[in-house]
Write a protein that binds this ligand. Structure first.
Ligand code: SF4
Length: 283
């Protein structure tokens, strides 16, 4: 394969100089690298008229057509993305979301079945002291704070909301340990209410890599995303980005060669690229 055609690995410095500027087409997730030049050329042609130009001049990362293309490709990649936390009620989802901070969904899903068997109602949690709950949630990390939050939330739900998890963001935010991320998870995944965009660690990282925001504060990132993503996509977008963060756009070594968003992405820490890195792109 001749020089100048072969996609090049970024330099160890992180700079991606001399990469090929031709947009690359959609590839299904799960393939490690393009198999042939012909395959890549066909793929490029397939998206040639819908790709965002890779030139720096006039480049607007939040141009509506670029955002729409990202959303479209996410739909193709993760058409039925849902919340990965096992739950059977709004209360169980609230608890699982509190426990998922600084932990993995897999880890939380290992703990919650036994937890909800042992304490089957919100009232059962409300009757505990945080210290009593600690052994049950220890393996999720930060168990003292999480125990306080779960027991505190249970007590408030019983005393202020008749034992029912409220479906109102202002009320949810009065619960101990519940900030906008947790409130948005419960509202979106259980009540199907789009009051905001869930900004967890994956949404935080990938929104910045895709230059949908330059912010670092989750609340400001959420505000940026709410401005450029149609409200009817807020819930699904979060699920899709979270799945993308687990499968491909992982924190330390994103699998860019397999990513269908690759020719739209100018993140500074891409591991493989077919497009010039945007001058100001920072992941
Ligand atoms: S190309 Fe790489 S950095 Fe960009 S979204 Fe895909 S996996 Fe993430």
């Amino acid at each position: 394969m001749s020089r100048g055609v072969t996609p090049r690995q970024p330099a160890r410095t992180g700079r991606q100089d001399k990469v090929r500027a031709t947009p690359r087409g959609l590839r299904p997730a799960g393939r490690s690298k393009p198999t042939s030049l012909a395959t890549r050329q066909n793929s490029s042609r397939a998206v040639a008229n819908k790709s965002v130009p890779a030139t720096r001049k006039g480049y607007n990362p939040i141009a509506p057509e670029r955002v729409a293309e990202i959303l479209k490709r996410l739909n193709e990649l993760y058409p039925e993305a849902t919340c990965a936390l096992t739950h059977a009620s709004a209360w169980e989802l609230l608890v699982a979301t509190i426990l998922s901070a600084q932990s993995t969904d897999v880890n939380v899903n290992r703990v919650t079945p036994e937890l909800f068997r042992k304490y089957p109602t919100v009232e059962a949690f409300a009757a505990l002291t945080p210290e009593q709950l600690e052994p049950d949630v220890r393996s999720t990390g930060f168990f003292r704070n999480k125990s306080k939050s779960v027991v505190g939330a249970a007590k408030t739900i019983v005393s202020d909301f008749g034992g029912q998890v409220p479906d109102d963001i202002e009320k949810l935010l009065t619960l101990p340990g519940v900030a906008r991320k947790t409130a948005n998870v419960v509202l979106g995944s259980w009540f199907k209410k789009a009051e905001g965009v869930v900004v967890d660690t994956h949404v935080h990282r990938i929104s910045r890599r895709l230059e949908l925001t330059k912010q670092n504060d989750p609340q400001k990132i959420e505000q940026d995303l709410m401005k450029i993503i149609p409200r009817e996509r807020w819930i699904l977008f979060s699920h899709q980005i979270i799945w993308h963060g687990r499968k491909l756009c992982i924190a330390r070594k994103p699998r860019c060669a397999e990513c269908a968003l690759e020719n739209l992405c100018h993140a500074g820490d891409k591991t493989w690229s077919t497009v010039d890195m945007h001058k100001n792109a920072k992941a």
